[in-house]
Design a protein around this ligand. Structure first.
Ligand SMILES: [Zn+2]
Length: 368
């Protein structure tokens, strides 16, 4: 077996900026190209000068592989290709390619237009970066060159999330990114061929955390929402537009059906509309259950959940509102929060996992 060299340019012992360089059999592969959401200086992006001093990344790298659309896994891509300079192949799945530029553009807008930061990539750069992307189908063996092949597997994390097996000659590496072994309301479980990789690189952010069973957390969540609206209060759920948001919508939608509730549920427009559009489009990437019910009705055509209008903030009476951004640091969710917080009947449900832009369930109730 030849040596495999692994260099984390981000993540490693940190959460965020996932970017791992592996050298195997004379090939250099970059696994993810993420952004660190906690920094607004140089530390935001991986230090690409480690790969090549003058930014000649194309000569040094055989390919870049992106596991999924969360910005801590793909957020540095336009910076790398357009500002540092990389023209080589970039691989990701179809849904990732569709959704990634929407999130990049949204983040760029917040960073540049609202916060006034400079030295950030432009909309044009996002577009030309995405043109360099080659899409990978699940289980399709892609021959990057004569000696290097990659294969994508379903990761069950967010729509389009994939794990990759990388093979050079007799050696192989499996890289997971985030993955999930239990199917949830909108995605299936991760699956991979029986294999014996020489090296497994896996995400382990929550590996040492023991969480309550999902069923308990969901029941707890529904109970809290229900008791708040029973008292005539308003519920604000700050969400990241994709992933957990869709799962929570399905959860509330079926609960509303079951309990015959009439209180309005709203979802802020814009990003979410686009997001649901992609979930409908890539329905085959979701769970078996969703695919089956799709024949009668698309799970993402919600009956109880209606688009939100800013004017509704002032409406009297109970309501439930999903609003972006999930971190509650700007935009609509913050605006609603400021308006509703003074009333003690109202409640804001913060998914604390969103601090790393991950919809990992961990509800913390902030009584306003
Ligand atoms: Zn993720």
């Amino acid at each position: 077996m030849s040596d495999i060299k692994v260099t984390p340019l981000g993540a490693g012992q940190d959460v965020g900026r996932s970017c791992i360089l592996i050298s195997i059999g004379g090939k250099n592969i970059m696994l993810d190209c993420g952004m660190h959401m906690g920094y607004n200086d140089d530390r935001r992006f991986p230090d690409f000068s480690y790969i090549a001093r003058e930014g000649r990344l194309t000569e040094r790298l055989n390919c870049v592989i992106i596991s999924h659309f969360h910005l801590d896994h793909c957020g540095a891509l336009p910076y790398m290709t357009e500002m540092v300079g990389y023209d080589g192949p970039i691989y990701m799945t179809h849904p990732t390619k569709a959704i990634c530029p929407i999130l990049l553009e949204d983040y760029r807008k917040i960073t540049v237009e609202r916060k006034g930061e400079t030295n950030f990539f432009t909309s044009e750069m996002i577009k030309s970066c995405m043109k360099k992307v080659i899409t990978a189908n699940l289980h399709q063996v892609i021959q990057v060159d004569d000696d290097l092949e990659i294969k994508a597997y379903y990761a069950g994390h967010v729509l389009g999330a994939a794990m990759f097996q990388i093979r050079v000659g007799q050696n192989s590496v499996v890289y997971t990114g985030d993955y999930n072994m239990t199917p949830d309301r909108h995605l299936g479980a991760a699956w991979i061929d029986k294999c014996r990789p020489d090296l497994l690189i896996t995400e382990s952010t929550y590996a040492t955390t023991i969480r309550d069973s999902k069923r308990c957390r969901e029941r707890d969540f529904l109970k809290k929402v229900h008791s708040c609206i029973d008292k005539g209060g308003k519920v604000l759920i700050p969400v990241f537009a994709l992933g957990r948001a869709q799962e929570l919508c399905i959860l509330l939608e079926s609960y509303w059906d079951r309990m015959n509730l009439k209180v309005p549920i709203y979802f802020s427009l814009g990003l979410t509309e686009k997001a649901n559009h992609y979930y409908k489009l890539y329905i085959t990437w979701t769970s078996e259950k969703i695919k089956k019910t799709f024949v009668q009705r698309n799970m993402f055509e919600f009956k109880h959940i209606k688009p939100f209008d800013r004017a509704y903030i002032e409406n009297p009476g109970p309501m439930v509102v999903f609003a972006t951004p999930g971190m509650l640091h700007a935009g609509l969710s913050l605006q609603i929060f400021k308006r509703w917080a003074p009333n003690e009947n109202n409640m804001e449900l913060l998914d604390t996992g969103f601090s790393t832009v991950h919809g990992k369930l961990n509800w913390k109730i902030n009584k306003c």
